[in-house]
Design a protein around this ligand. Structure first.
Ligand SMILES: CC(=O)N[C@H]1[C@@H](OP(=O)(O)OP(=O)(O)OC[C@H]2O[C@@H](n3ccc(=O)[nH]c3=O)[C@H](O)[C@@H]2O)O[C@H](CO)[C@@H](O)[C@@H]1O[C@H](C)C(=O)N[C@@H](C)C(=O)N[C@H](CCC(=O)O)C(=O)O
Ligand SMILES: Nc1ncnc2c1ncn2[C@@H]1O[C@H](COP(=O)(O)OP(=O)(O)OP(=O)(O)O)[C@@H](O)[C@H]1O
Ligand SMILES: N[C@H](CCC[C@H](N)C(=O)O)C(=O)O
Ligand SMILES: [Mg+2]
Length: 512
């Protein structure tokens, strides 16, 4: 749905909200000019008459180098991140004010919130963090609310929008600007709630800084993104900001995760989620959602649920132990913000798997294919382990590792694939600007033996696996999940594991 915000705001009114101490002359001139802001942008290339351009330093470029081009494009005002902590300063380029603001990046979420009417105060806002499971859990939250006949929105890896009407996005956690804009849009469209994935990049880059979360949830922490964070300590500290620095009413923690168990000691009032009833039932004194017993089967799992909100036997269509954690976390989030236990239980069996997450493709007399987004060592291990429960023949694993991403995870993923799968095929997964053979060489370092194939072209790799797998085998195709592209160099080529497998199983593309 096309949506344009009706918002406009006087520049001086916005500056007054920020409580910047304007010198008298500057204030007079702004008052006379009566500049009205109709559009906010972080990118000089999008600036136009009526735009307020935020010139902030980034990871590879510095937005402050593009002030000239923003002015050329007609920007009406520029906010600039001060190079030092010096107090606010205003200079002029003709009638365009250039206003230096200390900590602008950190204040961006707040500033944009004033412009877009701070919708996180008007609707329920959920922030979900963790290395793995954010997309699944946020989608489950939104799906659950939709099943209860309310509108829900999501922002995350597979897109932003009302549940089921997503628009693809570049980031898991959008920019501070897009988040406030989207929230205002979802609020106008009548959403009762927005479930957001909060990535560690998003937390470090202050993308959710001024969002008032009704609930925040922590799922797990395992190796990823060390190219960006450097160490696991820094990575954990990034995630921890959501819990200790930002605003939230309720906290939900998966205490089966070692880091989660540690955080829970710091937030003992948080709602605890666990699959280990025996271990925690006596010690947890706050709200809790536990699985007392779980029976995994071909179509998902039957779960005996014990919680501080009620008890029930529920059925889930999602495969794998980790998806029970995701389901219970989604439930704990909704319970904490006031959804009724009985209502949630009445529709839980209708919750569907999320696209590209343990998504099963079957065809008579053919191996079962599972397309999954496991792109970290922990996720790959959990996905393979989940499938061993269903294994009667051989387990295949087709995977690769992204270029321009944490190199350290490559051999670790190889070791895991080798440990759990009978047949391993290494292939390309978004090599980006790296040489694909260098990436697979890094992966190969992790294998102890030589029982693996390297087939760079992903289509060929999958066709090879499906041609050689027996009918009772399971083929896990990991790493790309919902992605409908292969990034080579700077080009984003059309490619989808899900489309390929569906075509192969409809025999549209011939199997030998
Ligand atoms: C490395 C990184 O995190 N970059 C993010 C960051 O961009 P940046 O500010 O560093 O960009 P930059 O290129 O250095 O440019 C600096 C500034 O100059 C401006 N500019 C630049 C060029 C120009 O001509 N004019 C101009 O004004 C830019 O708009 C920007 O404001 O801020 C942008 C707005 O929030 C993000 O879109 C962008 O994500 C890029 C696309 C990205 O790939 N990020 C990944 C690593 C990421 O963030 N991933 C996590 C998920 C991880 C997970 O869950 O597994 C995510 O939340 O998406
Ligand atoms: N709770 C969990 N614990 C461990 N692994 C999980 C969990 N949930 C999902 N996974 C694995 O991680 C993969 C990615 O899941 P999902 O997309 O929900 O995570 P994410 O946190 O959103 O990932 P991203 O950081 O890329 O956005 C799944 O395909 C599955 O293999
Ligand atoms: N949010 C993750 C997704 C990785 C998915 C995988 N297909 C890859 O490209 O490495 C990232 O950007 O690191
Ligand atoms: Mg995600």
């Amino acid at each position: 749905m096309n949506y344009s915000p009706k918002t406009s705001m006087k520049l001086l009114a916005l500056i007054d909200k920020l409580e910047l101490k304007l010198e008298v002359q500057g204030r007079e001139r702004l008052l006379q000019l009566n500049t009205v802001i109709e559009h906010l942008t972080l990118d000089s290339r999008d600036a136009t008459h009526g735009s307020l351009f935020f010139a902030v330093p980034g990871t590879s470029l510095d937005g402050r180098n593009f002030i000239g081009s923003a002015i050329e494009q007609g920007a009406s005002a520029i906010f600039i991140e001060s190079a030092t902590d010096k107090v606010f300063e205003i200079t002029w380029h003709n009638d365009t004010p250039l206003i230096e603001i200390p900590n602008l990046t950190k204040r961006l979420s707040e500033i944009v919130g004033y412009f877009y009417s701070n919708s996180s105060l008007e609707m329920k806002c959920i922030g979900i963090t963790g290395t793995n499971g954010k997309t699944t859990t946020s989608q489950l939250v939104a799906m659950w609310v939709s099943l209860l006949n309310q509108k829900a929105a999501v922002m995350g890896t597979i897109g932003n929008g009302l549940f089921g009407e997503l628009t693809a996005s570049n980031n898991t956690t959008p920019s501070a600007l897009d988040i406030q804009f989207n929230l205002s849009k979802y609020n106008d469209l009548g959403a009762a709630l927005c479930a957001m994935e909060v990535s560690s990049h998003g937390l470090v880059q202050h993308r959710v800084e001024s969002i008032c979360f009704d609930a925040v949830a922590f799922l797990n922490l395992s190796r990823d993104h060390l190219d960006y964070h450097g160490t696991m300590i820094e990575y954990e500290a990034a995630k921890f900001r959501l819990f200790n620095e930002l605003s939230s009413q309720h906290k939900i923690i998966n205490i089966d995760d070692a880091i989660g168990e540690r955080w829970f000691k710091l937030f003992p009032e948080a709602t605890a989620v666990s699959l280990e009833f025996e271990k925690f039932s006596k010690t947890v004194t706050s709200n809790f959602v536990f699985a007392k017993s779980i029976h995994y089967h071909q179509n998902g799992a039957d779960i005996e649920l014990v919680s501080s909100y009620g008890k029930a036997r529920i059925t889930s269509q999602l495969l794998g132990e980790f998806n029970v954690t995701n389901l219970l976390s989604a439930m704990a989030i909704l319970l904490s913000i006031g959804y009724e236990f009985d209502k949630l239980v009445s529709v839980v069996h209708l919750l569907k798997p999320v696209a590209g997450r343990m998504e099963v493709f079957a065809k008579p007399n053919k191996a079962t294919v599972v397309v999954d987004y496991a792109h970290t060592p922990d996720a790959l291990e959990k996905a393979l382990l989940a499938l061993t429960i269903h294994q009667t023949g051989k387990l295949w694993c087709v995977f690769g590792c992204g270029g321009d991403r944490d190199k350290g995870k490559r051999p670790l993923m190889a070791a895991i694939a080798e440990q759990y799968a009978d047949k391993v095929i290494v292939t390309d997964d978004n090599p980006r600007t790296e040489n694909n053979t260098e990436i697979t060489k890094d992966i190969e370092q992790g294998f102890l033996g030589t029982h693996y194939h390297v087939i760079h072209d992903r289509t060929d790799a999958i066709i090879y696996a499906l041609n050689h797998a027996q009918a009772n085998d399971i083929v896990l195709i990991a790493g790309k999940g919902h992605e409908d592209y292969q990034i080579i160099g700077h080009k984003k080529l059309d490619y989808s594991d899900r489309v390929l497998v569906s075509q192969l199983y409809d025999n549209k593309v011939g199997l030998a």
